[in-house]
Design a protein around this ligand. Structure first.
Ligand code: KIV
Ligand code: ZN
Length: 401
């Protein structure tokens, strides 16, 4: 059996007093979706970036899924120096043994065993009774305990499971040695008030509720993945499972960068924080896009091209006077070089003058009247105005020529 380090992982003391652990599943739940698969080299690069970002746990893959998944998990496990390396396994011996082997060289290892608990899944997917589910969960946790430093148990489709039965399963998994209990919203069905209520109920009723780490894992089918994760945190969850850019099954998993920044910006409200180096959020997002060839939408919170861009004259005028008027965080805090005042048809004179000055032009008021009029007519024709267009306008030339 691997050595347990309880103090670091919440066995001793009240877990709710601690920080929120970020469990990144970009390379497992994220990667197993159409359009986002990565080869081994890409996974290694992403894993390096995630460790630099400061994620607490990195779910590197599902070793039993394929020989290549096994090899990627093994290589990542051997490479991580600070982050806990995690591998997924169903509650069957073959999966658990594979996960254990893949994690052998990890400085700190976690096997993540999962089993569906909801009536729908018990009847239609597993064809198992409640007692069979309980027995399989306990046997899996006990087996995984022999092969890794720590074990996480996930009750798949937890949010559509009878709450009392979920408590029973979690009690049994914790008694068998699991130190993290994950209650996924597998199909993204919950709303924030409901999920907060469910986590509060679980923490209050599971016997070791104050000494294990409760974890949320929210999918985004109703666009509520991040809101639900934060609601779980507000009710006492101290691990959040999430992915860079919110990639994942169907509509995705909760987006790591949004959860982290919500907790940073509204830290006083949450009363807790993560240990993420937020200045690496944008580089991590860019790297994932580069490795998968999938861009994030322009208006994506935190990392989208427009997240720190302002076009309207009223907003630009406000920003030039005080950046707090229209920005609640600094772009540098997420690793973006600077705020962009984008010049377009909604922009005003103040932003145009500022950009012209930055380009070395200092038109007087009369010249400015002329440049501004020609700028507006150009902006009606072009979606984006570039510095070359401004140079031409300032020099009295035709930007279209
Ligand atoms: O969504 C889910 O339930 C999962 C489990 C394997 C944790 O991804
Ligand atoms: Zn999932």
């Amino acid at each position: 059996m691997k050595t347990q380090q309880h103090s670091e992982h919440g066995e001793a003391g009240d877990v709710a007093a601690g920080h929120v652990r970020i469990f990144d599943t970009t390379l497992r739940d994220g990667e197993q979706t159409p359009g986002f698969s990565m080869d081994r080299r890409a996974k290694l690069r992403m894993a390096q970036m995630l460790e630099a970002l400061g994620v607490d746990v990195l779910e590197a893959g599902f070793p039993q899924a394929s020989p290549d998944d096994f090899a990627a998990v093994a290589q990542i496990a051997g490479m991580l120096t600070q982050t806990t390396a995690c591998a997924l396994a169903r509650c069957v011996p073959g999966d658990i043994d594979s996960a254990g082997r893949a994690l052998e060289s990890a400085r700190r290892s976690r096997i993540h065993v999962f089993l569906s608990t909801s009536p729908l899944h018990r009847e239609h997917k597993l064809n198992m009774s409640r007692q069979q589910v309980l027995d399989a969960a306990v046997a899996a946790v006990e087996r995984a305990m022999q092969l890794a430093h720590e074990v996480e148990f996930s009750a798949e489709d937890a949010m559509r499971t009878e709450p009392e039965f979920l408590v029973e399963v979690f009690d049994a998994a914790a008694a068998a040695g699991a130190t993290t209990l994950n209650a996924p919203d597998t199909v993204g069905y919950m709303t924030p008030p409901e999920i907060a209520e469910r986590f509060a109920y679980l923490i209050a009723n599971v016997k070791r509720g104050r000494h294990v780490v409760f974890s949320s894992h929210c999918h985004n089918d109703l666009g509520l993945g991040v809101a639900n994760s934060l609601a779980a945190v507000s009710a006492g969850a101290r691990q959040v499972e999430c992915t860079i850019n919110g990639i994942g099954e169907r509509a995705g998993n909760a987006a790591l960068e949004e959860i982290v920044m919500a907790m940073k910006v509204r830290g006083a409200w949450f009363g807790t924080d993560t240990r993420i180096d937020t200045r690496k959020l944008y580089p991590a997002s860019r790297l994932l896009s580069e490795l998968t060839g999938q861009n994030v939408q322009r208006n994506k919170a935190i990392v989208g091209a427009n997240a720190f861009a302002h076009e309207s004259g009223i907003h630009q005028h406000g920003m030039l006077k005080h950046r707090g008027t229209y920005e609640i965080m600094r772009p540098q805090d997420v690793g973006i070089a600077e705020t962009k005042l984008v010049l377009g048809k909604h922009s005003g004179r103040a932003a145009l003058r500022q950009r012209l000055q930055a380009l070395g032009h200092a038109p007087d008021e009369a010249a400015m009247d002329d440049i501004f009029a020609r700028f507006k007519s150009l902006a009606d024709r072009k979606r984006e105005i570039h510095d070359e267009d401004l140079e031409a306008l300032a020099l009295g030339q035709d930007p279209d020529a």
